[in-house]
Design a protein. Structure first.
Length: 350
């Protein structure tokens, strides 16, 4: 049991996927150990997904540079206002890119802005570049985010620039540093988002396990079902990672994948609890057999002791009877000897 509790990370990973019987061990370990395991799983998940996103980002960056050099003939930034191609509307739509949709219109009306925002809302990610700000849409955020050029310019000390300045900046930019910075930011971002959301899933699984354990007749503590919930999510997290990789590379979408993610974790929890119950029943049966054997041995011991006591009680009485018989026999023999002597004495006198 101690060796199993001290399993390394990869043993835990494999065991949590293929060995339901070991969930009883996970249930009894310290909660901080389960949380540490979950954090490491999420970190690996974040690193792998960030690597995929960074690769796609590098491709998108090169495509954006090519597009800029080819299609953007005019750029100017002055007084916190941006002008691109004299306010011409530009749309870049490519579902396989990190940003599936990019809309540029630095001369858009309020009505056009609303229409553009509705358009990018239909995509997982997108960006709308306007005269005084740009609007960023991300599927993980509840609403679009506005970034004013004024705030950005004040932070980086930018007053004005033109197309040639942009091209010079691109040429002088170290792409490796850019990609490393992007990778680190994405890892941190994904880890925070997924760790919080996964902890919420673990709590829900813990509650489900707590209730289900009562239904089937075993009284597991919430701490135990919480720990089991952590390990029950291992396979869904790995499947989610694989799905994101495939989706990012091929664009393949699986409808209701989130339902499958939840269902698998619930199945793991329920099966693990049923196995724990079966194990408890088997142990109770074995315990009853042991108790029965102990009762038989106890009765045999008591019976033997009783017989010994009875023999001890009989032994003094038998011994006394034998002594009395021996005494009577001796007296009888003595009496006979005494009578014979008197007869001889009387005869000799006559």
């Amino acid at each position: 049991m101690t060796e199993e509790k001290n399993m390394n990370f990869f043993n835990r990973l494999i065991t949590s996927i293929k060995d339901f019987e070991k969930y009883a061990i996970f249930a009894t370990e310290k909660t901080r150990k389960a949380i540490a395991y979950l954090a490491l799983v999420i970190l690996i998940f974040s690193i792998v997904i960030a690597s995929v996103f960074t690769y796609k980002f590098s491709i998108s960056t090169n495509n954006a540079i090519d597009y800029f050099e080819t299609n953007i003939s005019e750029v100017s930034f002055k007084d916190n206002n941006l002008n691109i191609n004299s306010g011409e509307e530009l749309k870049l739509i490519n579902p396989e890119e990190v940003l599936p949709i990019v809309i540029i219109n630095t001369n858009a009306t309020e009505e056009q802005e609303k229409n553009y925002q509705n358009e990018i809302s239909s995509y997982e990610n997108g960006i709308l570049i306007l005269k005084d700000r740009f609007i960023y849409k991300n599927e993980m955020l509840s609403q679009n985010i506005d970034y004013d050029y004024k705030d950005i310019a004040s932070i980086y000390g930018i007053s004005e620039f033109d197309r040639e300045d942009v091209l010079t900046f691109i040429a002088n930019t170290n792409n490796i540093n850019l990609y490393v910075s992007f990778f680190i930011i994405i890892v941190i971002y994904l880890f925070m988002i997924y760790f919080v959301s996964t902890m919420a899933d673990v709590i829900m699984l813990g509650i489900l396990g707590f209730i289900f354990s009562r239904i089937v007749g075993i009284r597991l503590r919430f701490k135990a079902t919480f720990n089991m919930g952590v390990y029950a999510l291992t396979l869904p997290i790995l499947l989610n990672m694989i799905y994101i990789i495939i989706n990012s590379i091929t664009g393949l979408e699986i409808k209701y994948f989130s339902w499958m993610y939840t269902t698998i974790s619930y199945i793991y929890m329920i099966v693990a609890i049923l196995i724990i119950k079966t194990d408890l029943i088997n142990r109770q049966v074995e315990l009853m057999k042991i108790i029965e054997e102990q009762e038989k041995v106890k009765k045999e011991i008591e019976e033997n002791e009783r017989k010994k006591e009875e023999e001890k009680k009989k032994e003094p009485k038998d011994s006394k009877d034998k002594d009395e018989k021996k005494k009577d026999k001796k007296d009888e023999e003595k009496g006979k000897e005494t009578g014979l002597g008197d007869s001889r004495s009387y005869t000799s006198r006559k």
